[in-house]
Design a protein around this ligand. Structure first.
Ligand code: ZN
Length: 248
């Protein structure tokens, strides 16, 4: 993988915690909280809808039309702001040296997902909420987003007991599997289950794999990283630079 010349600070904002991953000359360091050293390029991953560097909506953070640099008290500016699941999906692909297709679902405080094909995000804002015509599939509970029956109401950290008791796993896995199964383009490639809950309960990986009859893998991110999002941000920025360097 190509390493960046300029130090890069990737801030990953989660529902429960924030982490900064520093890439500098081949070394990787992780720090709790949001940091932007003076000489580093800044990239931010947020669990929400992003537009032009602004977080249009992040239900689990209570952010709406929020400038993440300002909200996090960072020096800024940010060179790149991305949805966390898109960044994580790109990162999972980059850390695996680019499988042809990859479906990512991050299950933590909230749920996010994306599909990456040939190094590009081809589907985003998946799984967590019923916005994309999933219908009221997962019960009748009102979601934090205001809709009814979103996958988050049965499978997100905010909706589940902590710790999750064993009796919950089968239902959780079948809901996650059916959400993935319903994706019309997801029949190819590997499935990666990440996020805090995906990490903490590896049994989910096997249960979902058994239901989907597909290759389901845990995250390829290092153990102490929140997710692969930082690697995805680095990949996306590297590509942007190469495109600029190639000129038009
Ligand atoms: Zn919802």
């Amino acid at each position: 993988m190509e390493s960046m010349q300029i130090p890069l600070a990737c801030v990953e904002v989660g529902g429960g915690s924030i982490q900064t991953v520093f890439f500098d000359n081949g070394s990787v360091r992780m720090l709790d909280g949001a940091h932007h050293p003076e000489d580093a390029t800044l990239a931010i991953a947020v669990p929400g809808i992003i537009g032009e560097g602004i977080v249009t909506e992040a239900t689990n953070l209570g952010w709406r039309n929020t400038d993440p640099v300002e909200a996090l008290g960072l020096r800024g500016p940010a060179t790149f702001v991305a949805n966390d699941a898109e960044a994580a999906a790109l990162g999972e692909a980059a850390l695996r040296d680019g499988p042809p297709a990859l479906v990512y679902i991050g299950i933590g405080t909230g749920i996010g997902g994306a599909v990456v094909r040939d190094g590009e995000v081809v589907r985003a804002n998946l799984f967590g909420h019923n916005a994309a015509g999933y219908g009221h599939a997962f019960g009748t509970t009102r979601c934090r987003c205001g809709r009814v029956g979103c996958l988050e109401t049965v499978a997100a950290g905010w909706a589940l007991p902590d710790p999750i008791d064993v009796a919950h796993f089968a239902h959780l896995a079948s809901c996650v599997a059916s959400a993935i199964d319903r994706l019309d383009i997801a029949s190819e490639g590997i499935v990666v289950i990440g996020g805090g809950i995906g990490r903490r309960y590896p049994v989910l990986i096997d249960l979902v794999a058994a239901r989907l009859h597909r290759d389901v893998q845990p995250t390829a991110a290092p153990d102490d990283a929140k997710s692969a999002a930082a690697w995805g941000l680095r990949f996306a920025l590297g590509r942007k630079r190469r495109t600029l360097a190639a000129g038009t």
